[in-house]
Design a protein around this ligand. Structure first.
Ligand SMILES: Cc1cc2nc3c(=O)[nH]c(=O)nc-3n(C[C@H](O)[C@H](O)[C@H](O)COP(=O)(O)OP(=O)(O)OC[C@H]3O[C@@H](n4cnc5c(N)ncnc54)[C@H](O)[C@@H]3O)c2cc1C
Length: 414
């Protein structure tokens, strides 16, 4: 591992910092950080996020790894990491473009035609148009290839019917990436096609889902005879699974390790500010032992992340350690949140900024982390991937392999 910037990386970091210093205010150290719980859906936050994205795009700091031809600067992955590290030191609006920039853009750049790239990429990059990901369905999440939303061709158009769910940001999105079943007579992976859908099309109904914290980060999306021009298809009919894999690879890369909410430093601060048995909790040996344990494990996650960064810096692809970041980091973050709540004693169980010790940081984190352990691959699915692809253990039994989708047994229709 090498923790230091190369001279080129240091020069790039300085350039990024100079621009940020001129264009954004430094982050308040007491700011709990990016809101992942739903506030980012307010019109004010969306307008501010669009304005910041436009400012970056005008100065050449948006989507920096994308080709210059489409508004990027052809930067390397490690430069992208450096930019992210620097930007995180400034008070900027929450990133509502994570799905569009992290997943949809790279998929269009990989599989789109020149016309498609020219139509969609510039406005995605400049923040004028927001994108969402319409993959999951009520009976297709981990088993995404089991999806049932249908696409039937009528001339130069496709008619879409079905339902998607957990669609983050659908209520304020302009475009969505959509995987549908275009052929039920072939095996499940072979019968899928991939489209870009205009979210303002007639027949689309978006219903926000209220989460445990009252935020509405994601939605149900219903499709009733929605028409999509064939020109909005990415890749060939029936090749949707390969395109979806491109999106999912980018999703794993953009979700990364579980650095959500507070960390060990915040726990130490909290333990110093609350009392246990008439003394500051930080003086209690069990509290100190627990914090030391969480600190050790969080450093393990951090240094494993550095191995990926070192690989990127050397121009190679990170190895299997990249898939461990979310699996271990999210579970650890959940444990930290739980301990933060315990430290708060009776008031720890409330969610009331001002009244709850530590300004509800760990309470909000506690409600958000379970979602992180599901989104972008559940813990169990990540373990399956590690067992099969890293450890070389025998694959899961797949009873539906090679069977036409329409012949796969299902429960009775309700
Ligand atoms: C915060 C959040 C945001 C999201 N945003 C989006 C979005 O924008 N767009 C979108 O399309 N989707 C989105 N999702 C959905 C997400 O991709 C799915 O929730 C996820 O893929 C799991 O699918 P599922 O919910 O259907 O659970 P299921 O797949 O039904 O899993 C249920 C349980 O069974 C376990 N399980 C399933 N298969 C296996 C197996 N083979 N071996 C062992 N255990 C297994 C799982 O681990 C889980 O515990 C989001 C989810 C969350 C939480």
């Amino acid at each position: 591992m090498d923790f230091n910037d190369t001279p080129e990386e240091a020069a790039f970091r300085a350039e990024a910092r100079t621009w940020l210093e001129k264009n954004a205010a430094p982050k308040d150290p007491d700011d709990p950080g990016d809101d992942i719980l739903g506030e980012r859906t307010s019109p004010e936050i969306i307008a501010a996020a669009k304005e910041w994205q436009k400012k970056k795009a005008d100065a050449g700091w948006a989507c920096i790894t994308w080709p210059e031809e489409y508004g990027g600067r052809g930067a390397t992955p490690i430069q992208n990491v450096i930019w992210g590290q620097e930007e995180s030191n400034y008070s900027v609006p929450p990133n509502i473009f994570g799905i569009g920039i992290g997943m949809c853009g790279p998929t269009v750049l990989t599989h789109g035609t020149d016309d498609q790239k020219k139509r969609w990429i510039p406005k995605l990059l400049s923040g004028e148009e927001v994108w969402c990901q319409l993959f999951s369905e009520p009976s297709a999440g981990s088993d995404l290839a089991g999806l049932r939303t249908t696409a039937v061709r009528e001339g130069d158009e496709w008619v879409i019917n079905g339902q998607k769910i957990w669609t983050t940001g659908a209520q304020f999105s302009d475009w969505g990436i959509l995987v549908v079943r275009s052929d039920a007579d072939v095996a499940k992976h072979a019968g899928l096609s991939y489209f870009v859908v205009d979210m303002h099309s007639p027949g689309i109904e978006v219903r926000p889902i209220t989460q445990i914290n009252k935020g509405q980060g994601f939605n149900e999306v219903f499709f009733t005879d929605v028409r999509i021009p064939d020109a909005n298809r990415l890749s060939e009919v029936g090749n949707g699974w390969a395109v979806a894999i491109t999106t999912l690879m980018n999703e794993r890369a953009s979700i990364g390790g579980g650095g959500t909410g507070g960390g060990v430093d915040d726990l130490i601060e909290l333990a110093a500010s609350v009392e246990l048995d008439g003394r500051p909790a930080i003086e209690n040996s069990s509290v100190r032992e627990k914090i030391a344990d969480l600190y050790t494990r969080s450093r393990g996650v951090q240094y494993t992340g550095y191995r990926s960064l070192t690989a990127l810096s050397r121009g190679t692809t990170p190895g299997p350690e990249a898939s461990l970041g979310k699996l271990v980091g999210a579970a650890l973050a959940q444990e930290m949140a739980s301990f933060g709540i315990e430290l708060g004693g009776v008031t720890g169980a409330t969610l009331d900024e001002g009244a709850t010790p530590g300004d509800s940081l760990f309470q909000e984190m506690y409600l958000a982390i379970p979602g992180l352990r599901i989104a972008g691959g559940t813990d169990e699915v990540l373990r399956n991937i590690i067992s099969e692809r890293v450890l070389g253990l025998p694959p899961e039994t797949r009873a539906d392999k090679g069977i036409a989708f329409k012949d796969i047994p299902t429960g009775p229709a309700s």
